[in-house]
Design a protein around this ligand. Structure first.
Ligand code: NAD
Length: 247
């Protein structure tokens, strides 16, 4: 894949899918900015990438806090001079049946998984506009397409990302910026470890390709959408789910 000395910000990139994306982009020669809420974990991830021969820089940033995101943008520009690739990966779940879901559970997930994409993209895409070049990739979910028991908040947030992606692909297209979403299925990370074992086994058994996804499956597709060669791919939601849900 072709990357011309680009700079990427990956949110929530100290573990799971975000870390796999950060590592993959670094392997492709991209300068990677690792961010998350935990400073120690950020430092560990940066050290890991550097050990593997990549170039990385880390900053603690809560994606629900506009001031922290603004400061992140300014510091990345100071360090690397541009922001070319943004991966909106940070996200949480707070599962509950719809009947029992509290305002707090609803608001926390909408803030962390959807409003954060609005905030981070608004604050960082302005630097892409200056260079008339950008690649924005946001992590939606199969659940945003199919719905899921116990995830009214999460499925609404992840479906929201798909609508936001389509609108931004129209508004930013003439500025040289592509905007796409990825909808992973069941991927082995801390997030899916929280699912009770019986249900996990049932989900895995329902995947036609016969295995759960790995973070690297998502990282490979993200790298393609982030590459120079994907310049005519925009407004798309790419399902990566082993044919678990056929959209
Ligand atoms: P994970 O829980 O392992 O990692 C999530 C990361 O986001 C963590 O580093 C966490 O600290 C960070 N984060 C959460 N809230 C944050 C905030 N406010 N500010 C900064 N960082 C924050 O989860 P994962 O499985 O790697 O998921 C990554 C993304 O992929 C999420 O958006 C998730 O919804 C999506 N996704 C995951 C799966 C799956 O099966 N694992 C499926 C579909 C979609």
């Amino acid at each position: 894949m072709i990357f011309n000395n680009r700079v990427a910000v990956v949110t929530g990139s100290t573990q799971g899918i975000g870390l796999a994306i950060a590592k993959r982009l670094a392997k492709e020669g991209v300068k990677v900015v690792v961010t998350s809420r935990n400073a120690d974990k950020v430092n560990e991830a940066v050290a890991e990438i550097k050990n593997d021969g990549g170039e990385a820089f880390g900053l603690k940033c809560n994606v629900t806090n506009r001031e922290e995101v603004k400061a992140l943008g300014e510091k990345v520009i100071e360090k690397y001079g541009s922001i070319d690739i943004l991966v909106n990966n940070a996200g949480i779940t707070r599962d509950s049946s719809f009947k029992k879901m509290t305002d707090e559970q609803w608001d926390e997930v909408i803030d962390s998984d959807l409003k954060s994409v609005f905030i981070v993209t608004q604050e960082l895409s302005k630097y892409m506009e200056l260079n008339k070049y950008g690649r924005i990739i946001s992590l939606s979910s199969v659940v945003g397409l199919s719905g899921n028991f116990g995830q009214a908040n999460y499925s609404a947030a992840k479906a929201g990302i798909i609508g936001l992606t389509k609108t931004l692909s129209m508004e930013l297209g003439k500025k040289g910026i592509t905007v796409n979403a990825i909808a992973p299925g069941f991927i082995e990370t801390a997030m899916t470890q929280e699912i009770p074992e019986k249900i996990r086994n049932e989900i895995i058994a329902s995947i036609p390709v016969g295995r759960p996804g790995e973070p690297e499956d998502i990282a490979a597709a993200t790298a393609f959408l982030a590459s120079e060669e994907a310049g005519f791919v925009s407004g798309v939601t790419l399902s990566i789910n082993g044919a678990m849900y056929r959209s």
